[in-house]
Design a protein around this ligand. Structure first.
Ligand code: SF4
Length: 435
């Protein structure tokens, strides 16, 4: 595992990351660069020489959280060089440059070049580049992580009405197979046993790299030392029979998917400019389940897209209930300047959005509880991550992404062990190690 040497370091850096897994994996890459240059990493909020905030702009809430973090960083480290990078920096560089304490603003491509600017004294330095370089290496870092994230794609060519990401991260581009394999070998050498392939729209890998996604996956699954592979979110219209066939034939691929749904109503999907119908979404989920009957399936849903009527929301609710979805990722619609939806009419009142969100939250929790309790009596390979808060148990995830707790005194961190799932108690799936 990546460890932090502290003896020879005289400089410290603190990080804070907001948003998606891709952002976290990119922070991992940048943190690695700092450590290679002799920096120690300290928790955000502690005094540091450099504070690096990797931002998100997916909602209004993310923007205001970024601004609060910048203020907090300046309070806790008034002398630090504060670097604000990523999607919010890309979209709102001018506004950020007015904030006290900010020294350097780096866009989504420029964020990796932070080291070029560390020696500069000048404040309010805005570096927003539209060149869209691709940086492939990306991984978790620090002591608490057992799962690595390997970036294989960035950017998006779609035009979903609500989404600012294509503007923040640019056109779709992808890593080469050779580079991805080299990065995976590095992760294996560092002791990672599980890797999540990540990107903005990884199903578009093939369209933008010129190489086939299935060829990339075959090459990656052959990397020795990585025992478990997952895919992050995959757009439903990019799931092909060939892809599912390859995944099914690969013992290292875990039966866990994340397929954004967004709405269960065709009119709303059209208004969102999504690339599938309800029927096509249903068909994809059914195909996944026919190939992976025990799969955990996550789904994003947005409530309160402009014009969404109570009846249309009910269609979403009914589809979410009907399909074997296990992990809900729910978002109230948030108006983003520069998106198509920002100019739409018929905004849904925030009270109605809250109500719809609550209904789906309850449904999602009930479905996850049922999915978890249904696994009692079965056996699963679990990658253990950390001791739980009580200190009595070690916790980790089953292949289909259910959190499992095992009572033990042993240190199971980063071990993959066969676990008999014994009971579902107070919302926790409990298990015993099989020896
Ligand atoms: S697929 Fe749609 S929601 Fe996803 S990043 Fe692209 S534009 Fe945004």
């Amino acid at each position: 595992m990546t460890s932090i040497e502290t003896s020879i370091q005289d400089k410290v850096v603190a990080f804070h990351t907001l948003g998606c897994r891709l952002n976290f994996s990119e922070t991992g890459t940048i943190a690695r660069g700092f450590m290679e240059r002799g920096y120690a990493v300290v928790p955000f909020g502690e005094p540091a020489d450099v504070v690096f905030i990797n931002t998100c702009t997916v909602t209004d809430g993310a923007d205001s959280t970024c601004r609060n973090l910048i203020r907090k960083a300046h309070r806790s480290s008034p002398e630090a060089k504060i670097v604000v990078a990523g999607c919010y920096a890309q979209m709102e560089a001018e506004a950020i440059s007015q904030m006290q304490g900010v020294d350097l603003i780096l866009g989504t491509s420029e964020k990796y070049k932070v080291f070029d600017y560390l020696g500069e004294e000048e404040r309010q330095l805005v570096k927003i580049d539209k060149s869209q370089d691709f940086w492939g290496a990306a991984t978790s870092f620090g002591e608490g992580h057992t799962r690595a994230f390997l970036k294989i794609q960035d950017g998006c060519n779609y035009i979903c009405s609500f989404c600012i990401i294509p503007q923040a991260r640019g056109r779709s581009r992808a890593i080469s197979i050779d580079q991805a394999v080299a990065n995976a070998k590095t992760l294996a050498a560092e002791g990672f046993k599980e890797v999540v392939l990540t990107g903005v729209n990884i199903g578009e890998y093939e369209a933008t790299s010129g190489e086939k996604l299935t060829d990339l996956l075959e090459a990656l699954f052959a990397v020795e030392g990585i025992e478990r592979w997952r895919l992050s979110s995959v757009e439903p219209n990019t799931i092909t029979d060939e892809l599912l066939g390859l995944l099914k034939a690969s013992p290292k691929f875990l039966n866990h998917f994340h397929i954004p749904m967004q709405s269960g109503c065709d009119e709303v999907l059209t208004s969102m400019r999504r690339k599938y119908t309800v029927q096509e979404y249903r068909a994809v989920i059914e195909k996944i389940i026919s190939n992976f009957p025990e799969a955990g399936i996550g789904a994003d849903m947005i409530v309160g897209h402009p014009g969404e009527t109570p009846e249309q929301f009910q269609e979403t609710y009914a589809l979410a209930k009907e399909l074997p979805l296990t992990h809900f990722h729910l978002f109230p619609f948030s108006k983003r300047k520069g998106t198509t939806a920002a100019n739409m009419q018929n905004y849904v009142h925030s009270a109605a959005k809250k109500e719809r969100l609550k209904a789906l939250e309850l449904l999602g929790q009930a479905k996850l509880d049922l999915f978890s309790s249904d696994q009692v009596g079965e056996t699963s390979e679990v990658l253990f991550e950390k001791r739980d808060k009580s200190g009595e148990c070690f916790e980790g995830y089953t292949s289909n992404f259910v959190r499992v707790f095992v009572k033990t005194d042993s240190d199971l961190k980063n071990q993959v062990r066969k676990v008999h799932l014994t009971e579902f108690l107070n919302g926790r799936l409990m298990g015993e190690i099989l020896h």
